[in-house]
Design a protein around this ligand. Sequence first.
Ligand code: UDP
Ligand code: MG
Length: 141
Amino acid sequence: MERTLVMIKPDGVERNFIGKIISIFEEKGLRVVALKKLKLSKEQAKTFYIVHKERPFYESLTDYIISGPVVAMVLEGENAIKKVREIMGATDPKEAEEGTIRKLFGVDKEKNTVHGSDSPESAKKEIYFFFSEYELIGAEK
Ligand code: UDP
Ligand code: MG
């Protein structure tokens, strides 16, 4: 079992797609381990996307990500990190495969509706960015 961090970005929340997006992940066998809706500050957004700080889109991306509420969740499943990345589709919705979340709902390369961790290291970092240990409730009874 593996855990990953998913964030529904402001364009997804704004257009009322929270439930639809979670359903897609659930239908592919992933489980919600933690879930919250929040609005990030600019400082938090800059920290979350710190790996992109030298990229030309960093300023615009962090402004966009604070433009409205987001929904952060931890999903659990076999190969959850890779599986979530496949279900999301390519960064640019124009290049995303049919049936992926970004193909279905993405607006453009920036407003692409969802974020998913890209490695075990970033998953760990991103999970604890949003949640504390006691908020992570797995399938165990
Ligand atoms: N992004 C952007 N312009 C680009 C590339 C990325 O605005 O040319 C934004 C987009 O919202 C993307 C995020 O920055 O999801 C992080 O970029 P990354 O390359 O890590 O893409 P991802 O891992 O989200 O597919
Ligand atoms: Mg990335």
